[in-house]
Design a protein around this ligand. Sequence first.
Ligand code: THU
Length: 136
Amino acid sequence: MDALRPLITAALAARQNAYAPYSRFLVGAAVLADGAIFAGSNVENAAYPQGQCAEASAIGAMVTAGKRTLSCVVVVGTGEALCTPCGGCRQRLREFGAPDLPIHLVGEDGALRRTVTLADLLPLSFGPDNLGLNHD
Ligand code: THU
């Protein structure tokens, strides 16, 4: 849990900066890659389908920094229900994460609510290895 704290702090800070005037559902995500933390928030848009999830923002920051391998993910949503990554983000995580990637679902108060793996969320997934790509 102690090792998780910096990731949780980064996700909570990102959540504070979320741009979600339409849903008012603030989300922050933080990912760990090669020991570095990358955070992202959801970024909504007046043209609703153009909105972007927090996980996509965090993955974008990671890739921009030249990293390619996820080793841990934290997601903080809004309210009581667990904020599990949407279907599209499960696939985005799969691009850079192995099936055993831990995904920690954290409450707005910073408390760890539940930990799942990517395989829990996206069983029998289709990933880069299906196309013969190994970006390690
Ligand atoms: N959202 C995320 O950013 N990540 C998730 O894991 C679930 C949903 C965002 C998308 C939209 O801006 C808002 O939450 C409500 O769906």
